[in-house]
Design a protein around this ligand. Structure first.
Ligand SMILES: [Fe+2]
Ligand SMILES: [Fe+2]
Length: 167
C-alpha cells in the first residue's frame, strides 16, 4: 500500500523487511527442528542468523526508538491512548527477547550450537517471530493508517529525515 506521506511508506518498508526476515527465521527453524542443531559450517543458516541479528538490532534500537520518541506521542495526543499503551508494552517485551537471541547467536561457536543452546534459540526464535509479526500487523492495520490522518504533510519531510538519521 502506498501512502501520501513518506514517513508512513518508510515505516511500512521497514516492517516488510522485518516480517520477511522473521518468515525466513521461522521457516529455517521448522526445517531444522528443535532437536537437531545445524552443522557449524552450514553457511545458509549462519548467514540467516547474522542477518537476523542485524535486522533486529535496527528494529529494536532505531525503529522502536523513533516510534516511541516521534510518533507515539503524536498519536497519544490525538486520543490513541489504549492502542499506544499496547504498542509500547510490546516494544518492552520484544526488546529483551531480541537481545537474548542476539546473545545466543553471537557467542563464538567453532563447533556449532550445543543441543541446549539450539533448543533455547529455537524456542525464543519462534516466540520472537510470533510476537514481532503480530506487533507489526497491528501497526500496519491501525497505527500507520492513523498516522496518515494525523501527521501534517508539512512535517513529513523533517520526520522522514529524522527517521533515516536514526539508522
Ligand atoms: Fe513498533
Ligand atoms: Fe514499527
Amino acid at each position: 500500500m502506498e501512502y501520501a506521506l513518506n514517513i508512513c511508506n518508510s515505516l511500512h518498508d521497514d516492517h516488510m523487511k522485518t516480517v520477511s526476515m522473521l518468515e525466513d527465521l521461522e521457516a529455517a527453524l521448522k526445517r531444522i527442528g528443535r532437536n537437531n542443531p545445524p552443522a557449524a559450517d552450514d553457511a545458509d543458516v549462519n548467514k540467516m542468523l547474522d542477518d537476523l541479528v542485524a535486522v533486529m538490532d535496527i528494529e529494536i534500537t532505531s525503529h522502536f526508538r523513533f516510534e516511541e520518541e516521534h510518533l507515539f506521542p503524536r498519536a497519544e495526543q490525538m486520543g490513541g491512548g489504549h492502542m499506544l499503551m499496547i504498542l509500547r508494552d510490546e516494544h518492552d517485551t520484544i526488546r529483551p527477547l531480541a537481545a537474548r537471541i542476539a546473545e545466543l547467536i553471537e557467542v563464538p561457536r567453532e563447533n556449532g550450537f550445543d543441543a541446549e543452546t539450539w533448543a533455547k534459540l529455537y524456542d525464543l526464535g519462534l516466540e520472537l517471530a510470533e510476537r514481532e509479526t503480530f506487533h507489526i500487523q497491528k501497526e500496519e492495520m491501525a497505527f500507520i493508517p492513523m498516522l496518515s490522518q494525523i501527521i501534517d504533510p508539512s512535517d513529513d519531510e523533517a520526520l522522514t529525515k529524522t527517521f533515516l538519521s536514526f539508522k
